[in-house]
Design a protein. Structure first.
Length: 213
């Protein structure tokens, strides 16, 4: 086989999903521990047990790797089927399902740690200060978009009266977070226990439904 054929064959091979996940897990931990600028692709490769070339075969650059790590975390905690709304489904029950998963994610130690890091970097004129936009696009924006699509479908099915699904999605997320999440971020209180969180989601969904039913 010629060198050109070998290269083409290598490019056509499916990427190793286990290695990809190992890279994402290593990247998430190193970004949280060392920050973006101090985390090199070499360090990620070493922590993941792969070569630097393997990292670049999955992710074109460090910014793409950071965004992919955030997206992977969101997809693990809030997989796309969680946003499904079928004909016989209760909108309130689907929103409760989403709310529980969302609060479990944002109340996790990793999420709180990352948000505190991003807040600390917000005033800096550096490459790290641009991470907030990468984070928002890969995480919160993706979730907002999925909630918007759910509400749009609920409107089409005649289950909700939603004039602007995008604004309604932000309303729902805002009701879920409230001021308590800010207090957690600045260390004024601890995250809620599971049952407290469930009750908080139930109340948030009930309030949202009253406004848009």
């Amino acid at each position: 086989m010629s060198e050109q054929s070998q290269t083409a064959a290598q490019r056509g091979r499916p990427k190793d999903l286990a290695k990809r996940q190992a890279i994402l897990d290593a990247a998430k931990e190193l970004f949280l521990t060392n920050g973006f600028a101090a985390t090199s692709v070499d360090a990620v490769a070493s922590a993941a047990g792969v070569s630097k070339l393997t990292v670049y075969s999955h992710f074109s650059d460090k910014e793409t790797l950071f965004s992919a790590a955030i997206t992977s975390r969101c997809e693990m905690m809030m997989p796309l089927p969680i946003f499904d709304l079928k004909e016989g489904d209760s909108v309130a029950e689907v929103l409760e399902r989403i709310g529980q998963a969302f609060l479990s994610m944002v109340d996790s130690k990793d999420s709180i740690r990352l948000l505190r890091l991003l807040c600390a970097l917000a005033s800096q004129e550096s490459q790290e200060s641009k991470l907030a936009q990468l984070f928002f696009d890969a995480g919160p924006q993706r979730i907002l978009r999925d909630i918007e699509q759910l509400l749009r479908r609920a409107k089409e099915m005649g289950k909700l009266q939603v004039v602007n699904p995008a604004e309604a999605a932000e309303d729902f997320m805002g009701i879920l977070l409230g001021c308590r999440h800010m207090r957690v971020l600045i260390g004024c209180c601890e995250v809620q226990a599971e049952e407290e969180r469930r009750e908080r989601v139930r109340k948030a969904v009930a309030l949202f439904m009253r406004g848009y039913r």
